[in-house]
Design a protein around this ligand. Structure first.
Ligand code: GLN
Length: 494
């Protein structure tokens, strides 16, 4: 069957809960996240143990790499909208990610940064555009969309968990070359999965320039490919001089906002209002991720210093729990919550996206309150319960599930089609800011004294978590209070 034998109507008029194409995208994204989180998991450990950077420099570089990865999603989305279409963007992004992994694998110490830069650009082309394709499987107003994104989100986390565990394990205990190759091989599987299943996507994701003369179109496409390769040395400079990261972060956000406002002029008042609503969601997501991403920073130090190693009677390393509890809970609960939305929608009681976001912040607040209460379970040495800590992760996961897949879904509901890629890119750019702010918040919670006792660390971090709980409640309440206004901006969209 060739590309266009299936038309959009046939795809979108699927029976049952999920379109079958969702499973193909699920699989491709699962492998991509394996590669991404595998690489991400290796970054800091590799920089400290192999490149012999100090922990501080490694952390700063890690933060910069994370920020650039998500910042380039905007560019990936933009080029998909204007030139490549989602499919070619995915293909190009996947190819760059594979190349990046194998470049590092060839000589990890030598090519680490250059390979990482390939991955940054590659993820930029891949990540936002596969998410947008999920949205394209649904008709406007189809109430099954949020559940679809919920399922897709489980795939993301299956890949993330496996990649994070396996690559780091292979790297630490066998060989770094092998570990980076593993990320590359898995990404090849992801790309092949995509290539073999894309013909079931009908017209979804084809190039926006498909009616242009082929030779001219090819020329423009090659310009994008070559242009993105030329960016690599520049990103390398930015990543290795982290003071440029601040500058970059100050500039990229306002610039993208200006661009979105500029694009908005083409649209009707209703469409403009929907885009404004999307921007409000994006703004709140920055706050959410800034708190949530404490997991990679202050919470991992908290796990290292202040937690006992006993989970429900079994010995468990607190850092392993810190790194995996959330993904495991997402894998289990994301489809269940998706089914809950479907059920509620049938009963006509499904909350609107803005209410879901508000609830997400209340869960976030609850989770940080539980992180705070760990101090009440501490022994005299300042070590506290891993069980209570894990419960906090369960609570934060419910928050994430009310916000992250819903946000992806909302981007495709609220944006006009020619802006899907850009708005999805902005959604992820918000994550870049979230990560960035998370680092600043985490640093603020850290104990200034070099030789602080375990007890002092406990108090310092949990004080910080209490503050975050309070701010999260405020954000949630503000969202619920402004929900009538946001609903108006969203028009009939749920
Ligand atoms: N963990 C999710 C993913 O990898 C969400 C990432 C994000 O938006 N910050 O897709």
């Amino acid at each position: 069957m060739d590309n266009n034998q299936l038309d959009l109507e046939q795809i979108q008029n699927f029976k049952g809960k999920y379109p079958k194409q969702l499973w193909y995208l699920f699989m491709s994204e699962m492998w991509e996240r394996f590669c991404f989180y595998g690489m991400r998991g290796m970054l800091t450990v590799f920089m400290v143990t192999q490149l012999l950077l100090s922990e501080e420099v490694a952390n700063l570089r890690y933060g910069a790499i994370q920020a650039f990865v998500y910042a380039f999603t905007f560019i990936g989305g933009l080029f998909a909208d204007k030139i490549l279409g989602f499919r070619k963007s995915l293909f190009w992004g996947g190819l760059l990610m594979i190349t990046g992994s194998f470049i590092i694998a060839a000589a990890p110490q030598k090519f680490f940064y250059i390979g990482t830069c390939f991955s940054i650009i590659g993820t930029g082309f891949f990540k936002p555009n596969i998410s947008t394709m999920v949205g394209a499987l649904y008709k406007d107003g189809d109430s099954r969309r949020d559940a679809g994104f919920g399922l897709f989100y489980s795939g993301i986390n299956i890949g993330a968990t496996l990649g994070g565990l396996l690559c780091v394990y292979v790297g630490k205990f066998h060989s770094w070359s092998l570990a980076f190759s593993l990320a590359g091989i898995v990404m090849i599987i992801g790309l092949i999965t995509f290539l073999f299943t894309q013909r079931m996507m009908g017209p979804i994701g084809l190039s926006p320039l498909k009616n242009m003369e082929a030779s001219k179109r090819r020329l423009i496409e090659y310009a994008v490919f070559i242009g993105s390769l030329l960016m690599i040395p520049l990103i390398k400079i930015l990543v290795t001089n982290t003071r440029y990261t601040d500058l970059f972060m100050y500039i990229i956000g306002p610039l993208t906002l200006l661009y979105v406002f500029y694009e908005m002029r083409k649209y009707s008042k209703t469409e403009k209002q929907k885009l404004m609503a999307a921007l409000i969601f994006i703004f709140f997501s920055v706050i959410f991720w800034a708190f949530f991403e404490q997991s990679g920073g202050s919470l991992s130090l908290f796990a290292l210093n202040n937690l006992k190693d006993n989970l429900a009677g079994v010995t468990a390393d607190p850092n392993v729990v810190n790194n995996t509890a959330n993904s495991v809970f997402v894998i289990i609960f994301s489809p269940i919550i998706g089914l809950l939305w479907l059920w509620m929608s049938k009963k006509k009681i499904e909350p609107n996206g803005v209410i879901k976001f508000g609830i997400a912040f209340l869960f976030l607040a609850g989770a940080f309150y539980v992180f705070y209460t760990t101090r009440m379970f501490a022994d005299a040495s300042g070590k506290t319960s891993l069980n209570v800590f894990t419960i906090a992760y369960l609570v934060i996961t419910f928050g994430e599930l009310c916000l992250s897949p819903i946000g992806l879904s909302l981007m495709t509901k609220l944006s006009p089609k020619p802006m899907w890629g850009v708005m999805m890119g902005m959604w992820f750019l918000a994550s870049a800011y979230g990560q960035y702010v998370a680092g600043i918040l985490g640093a603020g919670m850290a104990v200034a004294k070099e030789n602080a006792t375990v007890q002092e660390k406990l108090i310092s971090y949990t004080d910080g978590y209490k503050q975050l709980a309070i701010y999260a409640v405020i954000a949630g309440v503000v969202l619920l209070l402004i929900s009538p206004l946001v609903k108006k901006l969203m028009h009939e969209i749920k």
